[in-house]
Write a protein that binds this ligand. Structure first.
Ligand SMILES: Nc1ncnc2c1ncn2[C@@H]1O[C@H](COP(=O)(O)OP(=O)(O)OP(=O)(O)O)[C@@H](O)[C@H]1O
Ligand SMILES: CCCC(=O)O
Length: 355
């Protein structure tokens, strides 16, 4: 099987080719903020990103019809169960309307569909950001006008749960983990039998992260929103993109923060440790969702490469369960594997949005 995988992100477009489980080609095209600022809206970027994929194929003398299927990252669509979904009209409409918010991943299904159409093959998404496996109590916010939303780094969290099970020799259906995806945004989730039964929603809540505020104290935040000093879009940007390490230290690069700490920057150390403190607090909270019945706490994502951060988090949470570190994320492989399971008949493709 030959799968083309497309992953539009906030700072890059990634394209890869898989032959069965093996990635045989890949390219990451980085986009500077200046390059993307030419586009007023996310969807104005569509042709630009599509041409990148077409160029990638042309450079390799490949046509869409050379592939068995195309996989795209799935965005902030309707709440859906985990799994692999065939791209359909309703999904494309929801993505184009940024159903649960504007996010580059919304482009994924449409890019995959456009290429697949040229080749007369099918397009799929796997475990989109809007995977919703919440238990009923997780939906309460504190006011009936606002429901807690299931938005998370579901693709990597599901894939990481499978890897953790292999490491521990456990079956997925018998496992209970708290998984913390530590990336540009941070998702902390109790994962019961492979299902994400609660999540902080990294766009609104939880720990601060390299470029997001996470949850903010409500009263001061309301005062800020109505101060007349900021537009709605400035406030949204403050929360996602210009929050967290960016707001405190002017960078979203944790390696740069560690260099400053090594050079004696006491403030950088306190900010970085505060992020670890908030991550640990969220892990503690999510462990209570599992009533303390936790096989392991799993740290993943780019920041899980940081020994300093991992040590600070571990010393606060290891009383709950052993800490396993699975650094980085391999979204491209997780997308290819999800589509392979369907093409091989091991799993049935779900119809979006399902029941
Ligand atoms: N070896 C490392 N040591 C310390 N920090 C690292 C290391 N490698 C990556 N990081 C940090 O991890 C963060 C990025 O993580 P990651 O690549 O998972 O995020 P992303 O893919 O951009 O965003 P998201 O995961 O929210 O989709 C950055 O702050 C980066 O500096
Ligand atoms: C909102 C969860 C996904 C992301 O933060 O990118």
């Amino acid at each position: 099987m030959k799968i083309l995988v497309i992953n539009p992100g906030s700072t890059s477009t990634k394209v890869a080719i898989f032959e069965d489980e093996e990635q045989v080609e890949s390219k990451t095209i980085r986009h500077s903020p200046e390059e993307l600022s030419k586009f007023k809206t996310l969807w104005e970027q569509f042709d630009f990103r599509l041409n990148i994929v077409l160029e990638f194929l042309k450079e390799r003398n490949l046509k869409p019809s050379d592939f068995s299927a195309v996989a795209g990252i799935g965005g902030l669509l309707k709440p859906v169960k985990g799994g692999t979904y065939k791209v359909n009209e309703e999904m494309l409409n929801d993505a184009r309307n940024n159903f649960q918010g504007e996010h580059p991943s919304n482009l994924g299904c449409a890019l995959a569909y456009e290429i697949a159409k040229l080749g007369g093959i099918d397009a799929y998404i796997v475990d989109p950001v809007s995977v919703d496996e919440f238990e009923p109590l997780a939906r309460y916010s504190g006011h009936p006008l606002i429901q807690r939303r299931s938005l998370s780094h579901a693709l990597n969290i599901h894939a990481t749960a499978r890897v953790a099970c292999q490491k521990l020799g456990k079956k997925l259906e018998d496992s209970n983990f708290v998984i913390a995806h530590l990336g540009g945004g941070i998702s902390v989730c109790p994962v019961k039998a492979g299902k994400i039964i609660d999540a902080n929603d990294a766009s609104s809540d939880g720990p601060f992260s390299p470029e997001r505020t996470g949850g903010l104290p409500l009263q001061p935040f309301i005062t800020l929103c109505f101060s007349g000093k900021f537009t709605e879009s400035e406030i949204r940007k403050m929360v996602m993109g210009k929050g967290g390490l960016v707001a405190y230290l002017g960078t979203n690069d944790a390696e740069e923060v560690e260099k400053r700490i090594e050079n004696g920057d006491i403030y950088a150390k306190e900010v970085y440790e505060a992020m670890a403190y908030q991550i640990a607090k969220e892990i503690g909270a999510m462990a209570t969702v599992l009533r303390g019945n936790v096989d392991a706490i799993v740290l993943t994502g780019g920041l899980a490469n940081s020994k300093m951060l991992v040590n600070w988090v571990s010393e606060r949470v290891s009383f709950i369960a052993p800490v396993i570190v699975i650094p980085g994320e391999d979204e491209m492989k997780a997308l290819a594997l999800g589509v392979l399971r369907v093409l091989r008949g091991e799993e049935k493709a779900k119809e979006y949005p399902g029941d």
